[in-house]
Design a protein around this ligand. Structure first.
Ligand code: KIV
Ligand code: NA
Length: 271
């Protein structure tokens, strides 16, 4: 099976092509998760949420280009169908279009991924254009942008006031017009996500947005129930934390009672 391409994703804009079926995207940070998610997904996102999920950092702000490159390479190695998109970490692209090109080209060279994602709207539009005109597909990310936590003061939903709503729609339109092949809309009141989806000509990918977006993304560990605390927009499709606890509890108990290892797990000498 040939890997999904950026133009193929672009063509999935609702209305543009026959199917109109929403795009399926999940985060992946490791090779085994990539292998398991790949057959089900159109896109895999190596999100900078790995800062919290994998490294226990307080936000995505401390995440480095090295971390994104290492995990990005693992996800590309573990997948052959989905388009792999890698987050540009905080501080690696905002300084100038040239800085962004250097960081993004490094990510693509070192991982084999086909596209990067960057947070920001109007302020990043020139950078989106600079990269796309030079061969680097960019996915935008507007609304709740976690790298701006120090400006926003938290992770609450965005766009509750009319001024903020207008700003977010303007941000999405700006990155789309600058050439973004798709835009993530995160943590906004629903009508804004609908308005953006109708306004831009590339697929919108919602997270805490709307079922009317052209696709959806979630952090895989969130939807699998690996975390206790999850935001409103996460639906838990499993309780992996509970199942891991139960399995590990059984292992501990079997070790302590010498029930493990049993007959089947030990090597017997040949004679
Ligand atoms: O880092 C991430 O996981 C993301 C998605 C939640 C969109 O940016
Ligand atoms: Na991210």
């Amino acid at each position: 099976m040939k890997r999904v391409t950026v133009p193929a994703i672009r063509r999935r804009k609702a209305g543009a092509e026959a199917c109109g079926e929403p795009l399926v995207m999940l985060t992946a940070y490791t090779v085994r998760m990539a292998q398991l998610l790949d057959p089900h997904c159109d896109m895999l996102l190596v999100g900078d949420s790995l800062g919290q999920v994998i490294y226990g950092l307080p936000s995505t702000v401390p995440v480095t280009l090295e971390m994104m490159a290492a995990h990005g390479a693992a996800v590309v190695r573990g997948s052959y169908h989905a388009l792999v998109v890698i987050d540009m970490p905080f501080g690696s692209y905002e300084g100038s279009p040239e800085q962004a090109f250097a960081s993004a080209s490094r990510l693509l060279k070192e991982t084999g991924a086909a596209a990067v994602k960057m947070e920001g709207g109007e302020a990043m539009a020139d950078t989106v254009r600079f990269l796309t005109e030079r061969g680097i597909p960019v996915m935008g990310h507007v609304g709740l942008t976690p790298q701006a936590v120090n400006m926003l003061g938290g992770y609450g939903a965005r766009g509750r006031s009319e001024a903020e709503a207008k700003k977010i729609v303007g941000d999405a339109t700006a990155v789309a017009q600058a050439g973004a092949f798709s835009v993530v809309i995160e943590g906004v009141v629903e009508p804004i996500a609908v308005e953006i989806t109708q306004a831009v000509d590339c697929p919108t990918i919602g997270i805490g947005a709307s079922a009317q977006c052209d696709g959806q993304v979630l952090v895989a560990e969130d939807m699998l129930g690996l975390f206790e605390r999850t935001p409103r927009f996460v639906k838990k499709f499993d309780d992996m934390a509970g199942r891991i606890s139960a399995a590990v509890g059984q292992y501990a108990s079997d070790v302590r009672s010498r029930a493990f290892p049993g007959e089947e797990q030990i090597y017997v000498p040949k004679n």
